[in-house]
Design a protein around this ligand. Structure first.
Ligand SMILES: Cc1cc2nc3c(=O)[nH]c(=O)nc-3n(C[C@H](O)[C@H](O)[C@H](O)COP(=O)(O)OP(=O)(O)OC[C@H]3O[C@@H](n4cnc5c(N)ncnc54)[C@H](O)[C@@H]3O)c2cc1C
Ligand code: FES
Length: 266
């Protein structure tokens, strides 16, 4: 553990930078935005977390962890210099090759912005290969937006349209207010040669996907990342299925076309 940052005043959200004990392991660890790892605490258990760093960043792997139960409580107790176990990278990724040459709309809600940060940093590192990039990111309140220093830097760029929204107006907030699906509807990003990526709490995903359809994004150009409870992470235990698919190996990233084939709700 090389760096620990508290993201919110309530200290439910912490960002951890991990470095490999053996630098050779880092060299052999290749991943793309959207993938996840299983992080384990000896004697306590293991949980999956999306990788928040981008492969274009050197040195560390970043994770942002919401303290919700036993494993995440133990992870929150970690300090710089502590050692954790990790399996990964796991799962599939946002299809950045498919996005190349066109526009990308990134839509995020709450602390699920982690793998979207990875995607955005990746796209910005290859900026000339993608057309316009739009980010719509919402949280309940300003202090629950992740990576606030970076948000300020991204807002200042002229090659990126960043729209931040919070649920209700508060003093000092000069961004948008309203839930992500309705903000997306009113901003109405153009679907022309553009892919959309959505990641957030299930309720946000549920109401944002139809908005994208209404705006004219075809199913094969809408992607979302899903969460299910996991155990093995490698397609063996059958814990994480959505219909016939396993989120751990067929996902976590699915296109809207794939989801339509599935009888289960998001
Ligand atoms: C692919 C994937 C990527 C994820 N990425 C992140 C991430 O970047 N940051 C992050 O903080 N969390 C992430 N999660 C969720 C994280 O894995 C769970 O919050 C964690 O396993 C909870 O472990 P725990 O032992 O602390 O909680 P537990 O004691 O097991 O459970 C505490 C509470 O959390 C709920 N819970 C547990 N697992 C999940 C889950 N998968 N989805 C929804 N609710 C759950 C339980 O129902 C319970 O109410 C991800 C999950 C998946 C499947
Ligand atoms: S977690 Fe075991 S099959 Fe997906």
């Amino acid at each position: 553990m090389s760096r620990v940052v508290a993201e919110d005043p309530g200290r439910f959200l912490r960002t951890f930078d991990l470095v490999f004990e053996d630098p050779a392991d880092r060299a052999g660890f290749t991943y793309l935005p959207g993938q996840f790892c299983e992080i384990s605490i000896l004697g306590k258990g293991e949980s999956p977390f999306g990788i928040a760093s981008s492969p274009t960043e050197d040195g560390h792997l970043r994770f942002t962890v919401n303290r919700t139960g036993s494993v995440t409580e133990e992870i929150h107790a970690l300090r710089e210099g502590d050692i954790v176990g990790m399996r990964g990278p796991m799962g599939n990724w946002y299809p950045v090759d498919l996005f190349r040459g066109g526009g990308v709309v990134i839509i995020g809600g709450g602390f699920a912005f982690t793998t979207l940060r990875s995607l955005l940093v990746y796209l910005l590192a290859h900026r000339s290969e993608y057309r316009d990039i739009t980010v719509i990111y919402g949280a309940r309140s300003p202090e629950l937006l992740l990576y606030r220093d970076e948000l300020a830097a991204w807002a200042a760029r002229d090659d990126l349209a960043l729209h931040l929204t919070i649920d209700r107006p508060v003093d000092g907030w000069d961004g948008l207010t309203g839930f992500v699906p309705s903000v997306t509807k009113s901003l109405a990003p153009s679907p022309a040669d553009t892919h959309a990526v959505v990641c957030g709490p299930p309720v946000m995903i549920k109401f944002t996907l139809p908005v994208l359809t209404e705006l004219g994004f075809p199913d094969e150009r809408i992607f979302t990342s899903l969460e299910r409870r996991m155990k093995c992470g490698i397609g063996k235990c059958g814990r994480c299925n959505i219909g016939p698919k396993y989120v751990c190996i067929d996902g976590p990233v699915f296109s809207m076309s794939e989801l339509r084939e599935n009888p289960e709700p998001v």
